[in-house]
Structures are given as structure tokens and as C-alpha cells.
Design a protein around this ligand. Sequence first.
Ligand code: SF4
Length: 350
Amino acid sequence: MEDKPLLRSLVPDQISTLISASSASAYRGQQLRQWLFKHDATDWEQMGNLPKLLRQNLAARFELTGLQLQEKQVSADRTRKFLFSLRDGHTIESVIIPMADHATFCLSTQVGCAMACTFCATARGGLVRHLSTGEIIEQILRLRLDLKDEPLPGLRERQFNVVFMGMGEPLDNWTALEPALQTMMHPDGLAMSRRRIQVSTSGPAAGLRLLVAAAPGVGLTLSLGGSTDQERRKVMPVPGRTSLQEALTLAADYGRVAGRRVTIAWVLIKDRTDEPAQAQRLAQMLKGHNFKVNLIPLNPLTDSPLAPTANPAVLAFQQILTDAGVPAFVRASGGRDIDAACGQLRRRRQ
Ligand code: SF4
């Protein structure tokens, strides 16, 4: 038998429609939305102010939860990594990264990924399936509940940002991501500011076009992986089918419609993406445009020869960009003592 859909796959307005169609009073819709998106209910029994019959009818058609915690790792730098199993037995990862004044939730959008990036553990098994909207939203709920149980010192559990930088290419699953973004920003959903949400993409043209057309206003990070089309295809074979020029043009278009500066992510891999000539070409491409660059030394995989760039070369790469007037920042990857590289925990468990 097919699984029932997750109730959190519906956006807040669809929940109102569902309640009106069930001939319950409209305020029940508001109560239900609060249970789903404010109180993070994981059991129908918690919804004590909703009539039992309404809960039974909902439970007959929808599932309230679809994720189960399989493993949690906590790094010395307080990064928390979670492995969740889904109802069909597949697993995904989500991460809480503690920042100075908030937590950042790093979420997955697919089981596996079709993009085949050479530096990524998730790429190894290919794409298994897309996540549903409910599975995307439930990751936020699970991480928020974890912070409630074990708060990060000095932070309230509701202070969080979201980056779609976990397993999967978010724009390859736009059908589920778009309603998830709606729920995240809706005043009767998670009521998040668009400023607190970042979609990180490897830049397939079809996905970038959908993002530009929808213009949700959230932040965009485009990962490049090479300063020529040929270099990029070696490191990121599938996204590399979109030319650098097209990816950058679409990203700049999005930056204009969203009124935000787009971030370029550049993974620094020793002897592959850290040559001064690459920094110079990158600087030429980005100069005069509204981009900033995040330089991310590779989070090495246990079974790959690829190594992160050493510090002096990282700083030299950064200097070339800043000398050309391109803002560039070095971003440390957290949780090096746990399976922090995207997809590594899942891979080890498999
Ligand atoms: S880096 Fe991102 S886009 Fe590339 S294979 Fe890994 S999950 Fe997919």
C-alpha cells in the first residue's frame, strides 16, 4: 500500500482549504497550522484543542511524521549531525551548525544526488529519490526540537537560519522545494524572514531558470568548481553541462529580481581548484558584478585522494580575489571530527 502523504507537505493555505472542505469551522485551520508549524506536534494526541473526530479524519488521510532519528553525532565544535530514516527506509542527513548569535540548519532535499560532484560523498550512490515537501519541513521541526531539548548556550531554540546545502541538488527538486519555501516564509507557517534562508546550488540551468521565474527572494549560493567550462566539468560533471557564463548570468538575474547579492561558493581542493591562475580567471569573471565569494577548504572524504588546500594557499587565493575588488571570505567547514562532509555519515551507515 502507498504511504499516506505527510500533512506538512501542504502549505498553510492548503491546510485552510482542507479544513473548510471538511466543514469544520475556519478557526480550526488556524489551530491546526499552529500545531504543525509553531508547536512542532509529532503526535495527533498532542492537538488537544481539536475535536477528536477531526483528528481521526485527518489521520485517516495523512501521516503526521515521516522521519525517525537513527544517529546523532556531536562535534567538539558543537556541530550536531543527524541521520534520519524515512518511511521507505532510505536515510538523509541534517546538521545544526552553531554560529555566534544563531544556529544554522543545513537541510537535505533529495536522497542521494544526480550531480556527481567529485568531492562529495552524496554523489557516490547517485540519485535515489526526491524528498517531499513534508520531509523537507520536518527536518526543521526535528532540529528545532533537538535545540529545545539541548539548547545551545546563549541561544533561544527559535533563532535559526536555514541553508539548503545538505544532501541533494535543491533546484533539481523544485517541485517540493518551492512549497517548502512558501511554508517557511508564510506568517501562518514557520514565519521565517527570507533573509534567513539560503538555497545553495551547483547551478543546473533548468533549476536556475525556475528560481529566477519564481523569485522567492531567499538567498542564493552558486557553487562553481572551475574557472573554465572544462575545469568545471571535471569537478562537477553534471552541473558542468551548463556553461559558466550561463550559470553566472542566471545567478546575476536572480540577484537582481531578489534584490540580493549572490554568493559564489568555491571549494578549495589541493592541486585541483587552488591554482593562482584559477583565482585570476575567477576574479576576471566576477569583477564588476554583484557577487561575493565564499572559499571553502574541502571537507575530505575518508575514501578519496582529494585533499583540502593548505592555509597559505587558501590565503593567497583569497588575496588575488580581494586585490581585484571581489569580496572573498574563507569559510571553515564545521565538524571535522565527525562525519561532517555532506553524505558521509549516511554512506558509512550503509
Ligand atoms: S555537492 Fe551537492 S550537488 Fe554536488 S553531488 Fe553533492 S549534493 Fe549533489
